[in-house]
Design a binder for this molecule. Structure first.
Ligand code: SF4
Length: 392
């Protein structure tokens, strides 16, 4: 296995583990505003262009207490955690919130935040989910301008073409570096724990992006790559898990079962870094393009588009990475994923691609039961491998 330089990795890990502590320290250091956004489609560049710190609000590891009475138990863990964080004062560091997604559960959490901490402005502008109608682009461009006005109101700073173009450049560079790690992993030249790769992406969602980019570059400069992938391990693709990252313990558990994760379409993974914002032309229109392009690059169950779909993308990407099976991680009660999942399963089944669904919860991990399930799944793939090696 490769090792990431521990001194460079440490601040990234700290920020990923405690984004609020990072934002608090940043605020004290710079005197700037901290603006929280919610997954999965808010363009952080818009906030960055005002000089404020854009932070994608993360699921907290804290046990949900106060939040229990604020949202129904059948809401996903991310939204119940948001409600809890609002009620327990964990969101105090944020000066305002911005939201462009409209998952019903997320909107429920946004309502709770508004009710529990009414002094914090929360701006909602809905980016439409129908991606390929004749009017889609124009509608998204309008919404970008509406969100621009909201961000300007919250920060008191005008976002100019120049400032937004500069922010786009900075974020594109960050995504490019993150993609280098993912590309190296896919080709087998980088073998690090999936939880470490998650740290790189999660920290990019919450840290000052320039600081983050410098650390990423340093990690890459000090990285020794492998000459080839470890062949004895079963190669898997991780799919699903919107809005919040799967627990690192779950990723470790997978890897303890003779598995190497070679690719993913997780939000705290490839999905987040898949697409750059076009760097030329009107930068506000470019943010709309980014939103539309992203669903082409890594289709999402929360969007509707006739000419792309998640299952076709998945089949293509497996061919590219050489993954031998798919583990779908589904946050319990994540409705968009639950509705889409049968389609994914059917497509993979038709192609005889092994697939395993693991449901996750905020409250914990049934480690031993999951371990047994994964071991059985890995054994099934190994048998499939052996069959393919037999002479016809
Ligand atoms: S998309 Fe899924 S994980 Fe995200 S807020 Fe909606 S239900 Fe929760």
């Amino acid at each position: 296995m490769n090792t990431l330089d521990p001194t460079t990795f440490a601040p990234l890990e700290r920020a990923a583990q405690d984004p609020v502590a990072y934002a608090t320290e940043w605020k004290e250091r710079t005197g700037g505003l901290v603006i929280g956004s919610f997954p999965m489609n808010f363009p952080s560049e818009l906030v960055h262009a005002t000089g404020a710190l854009p932070v994608i609000v993360q699921e907290s590891r804290t046990t949900i207490t106060e939040g229990r009475s604020l949202l129904p138990e059948f809401y996903c863990s991310y939204t119940r955690s948001l409600a809890d964080q609002a009620a327990t004062g964990e969101l105090e560091v944020f000066d305002a919130f911005v939201l462009v997604d409209h998952c019903v559960q997320l909107l429920g959490a946004a309502d709770v935040i508004q009710r529990v901490i009414p002094d914090k402005p929360l701006h909602f502008t809905q980016f439409i989910s129908s991606m390929d109608d004749a009017w889609s682009r124009g509608a998204v461009e309008e919404k970008v301008q509406a969100m621009r006005a909201e961000v300007e109101e919250s920060t008191g700073v005008t976002v100019t073409d120049e400032s937004l173009t500069a922010s786009i450049r900075v974020f594109n560079e960050n995504r490019r570096l993150l993609r280098e790690f993912f590309d190296l992993r896919r080709t087998g030249r980088l073998h690090i724990p999936a939880s470490a790769l998650q740290v790189l992406v999660k920290s990019s969602m919450v840290m000052d992006i320039t600081e983050h980019t410098a650390l990423l570059q340093q990690l890459l400069d000090r990285l020794d790559t492998l000459s080839s992938a470890p062949e004895h391990l079963v190669r898997l693709h991780l799919s699903g898990h919107f809005c919040a990252p799967p627990r690192p313990e779950l990723l470790n558990l997978l890897e303890e079962c003779d598995v190497v994760i070679v690719n993913d379409d997780l939000y705290h993974g490839s999905r987040y870094i898949s697409t750059d914002v076009p760097k030329d032309g009107d930068p506000f229109a470019a943010l709309a393009s980014w939103y539309l392009d992203r669903n082409v690059n890594v289709p999402c169950a929360t969007r509707v588009q006739l000419d792309v779909d998640w299952q076709s993308y998945l089949v293509d990407t497996l061919a590219d990475s050489g993954a031998e099976g798919v583990v779908t991680l589904q946050a319990k009660f994540c409705e968009p994923l639950m509705l889409y999942y049968p389609e994914l399963r059917r497509t993979l089944g038709e192609r005889d691609i092994p697939e395993l669904l693991i449901e996750t919860e905020h409250e914990g991990l049934a480690a031993e039961s999951i371990r047994t399930t994964i071991e059985t799944f890995v054994e099934r793939i190994r048998r499939q491998r052996s069959k393919q090696l037999l002479p016809a």
